[in-house]
Design a protein around this ligand. Structure first.
Ligand SMILES: Cc1cc2nc3c(=O)[nH]c(=O)nc-3n(C[C@H](O)[C@H](O)[C@H](O)COP(=O)(O)O)c2cc1C
Length: 196
C-alpha cells in the first residue's frame, strides 16, 4: 500500500533555533498526516529536479533511508513505513507498530513506546564508501546529523517535540524493522506533554 503525502506549506523558521530542545514526554494526542509529511520532507525530501535533497550529502550519494513507526497518526493505519523521497510517499513494510519493541531495544527508554511516531534514520554505507573509501563512513555519520537537525527544527516549528536517540542495540533494531540498512538514530516525535 502506498500513500501520497500532502503538499508542503511554508513555515517560518524564526525563533525555532532558540526553542529547539530535546523532548522526551509526549501527550496522547495523535499526529496528523500533514505533520508527518512535513517531518519526512524536512528529513530527506527532494528539493530540485536533480534529486538533491533538504540535506547536504557527500558527492550526492544519499546513503540514508528514512523509516517511520506509526502508532497514532490520524487516518493512517499503524505499522512501519518506508519514506520514498522521489514520490514524497510512504510504503508500509510492517503491519504492526513496533514502538514497544524499539523502546526495549533502546535500553528501555520507554518514552519511545509512547510517541505517536518514531522516525528511524538508517544507512547503506556502501553507497558512500564505494566513492570515498573508508572516509565515506564519517561522511555518512555527518549526514545523519544534518537529517536529525532538520527533524528537530521542523518538529519545533510545528509545536512538536523530538529527541535524537543513539543508545540502542543495532542488531535488535535492525531485526525488529526487518531492514537491510544499519539504524543510526531513532527520533520519537509527539506533542510535548507540557504544551497541552
Ligand atoms: C548522537 C546523539 C545521541 C543521543 N542519544 C540519546 C539517547 O539515547 N537518549 C536520550 O534521551 N537523549 C539522547 N540524546 C539527546 C541529548 O541528551 C541532548 O541533545 C542533550 O541532553 C542536550 O539537550 P538539548 O537537545 O535539549 O539541547 C542524544 C543526542 C545526540 C546528538
Amino acid at each position: 500500500m502506498e500513500i501520497l503525502l500532502p503538499e508542503i506549506e511554508e513555515i517560518k523558521l524564526e525563533d525555532v533555533l532558540l526553542k529547539r530542545r530535546s523532548i522526551r514526554e509526549y501527550s496522547s494526542t495523535p499526529l496528523t498526516l500533514k505533520e508527518l509529511s512535513h517531518l519526512l520532507f524536512a528529513a530527506y525530501g527532494i528539493t530540485d529536479s536533480r534529486g538533491f535533497k533538504t540535506v547536504p550529502s557527500a558527492g550526492a550519494t544519499y546513503p540514508l533511508e528514512i523509516y517511520v513507526n506509526v502508532r497514532d497518526v490520524v487516518n493512517l493505519e499503524e505499522g512501519v513505513y518506508k519514506y520514498i523521497p522521489e514520490k514524497h510517499s510512504i510504503v508500509r513494510i510492517l503491519d504492526e507498530e513496533v514502538g514497544q519493541k524499539l523502546a526495549l531495544a533502546s535500553l528501555k527508554q520507554m518514552f519511545i513506546a509512547v510517541a505517536p511516531i518514531v522516525i528511524i534514520i538508517a544507512a547503506d554505507f556502501e553507497r558512500t564508501t564505494r566513492v570515498y573509501g573508508d572516509r565515506g563512513f564519517r561522511y555518512v555519520y555527518m549526514e545523519v546529523g544534518h537529517v536529525a537537525q532538520n527533524i528537530y527544527l521542523m518538529a519545533t516549528s510545528l509545536g512538536l517535540g523530538t529527541v535524537s536517540v543513539g543508545a540502542f542495540y543495532d542488531s535488535e533494531i535492525k531485526n525488529i524493522l526487518g531492514i537491510d540498512e544499519y539504524p543510526l538514530l531513532l527520533m520519537p516525535v509527539g506533542v510535548p506533554l507540557s504544551e497541552e
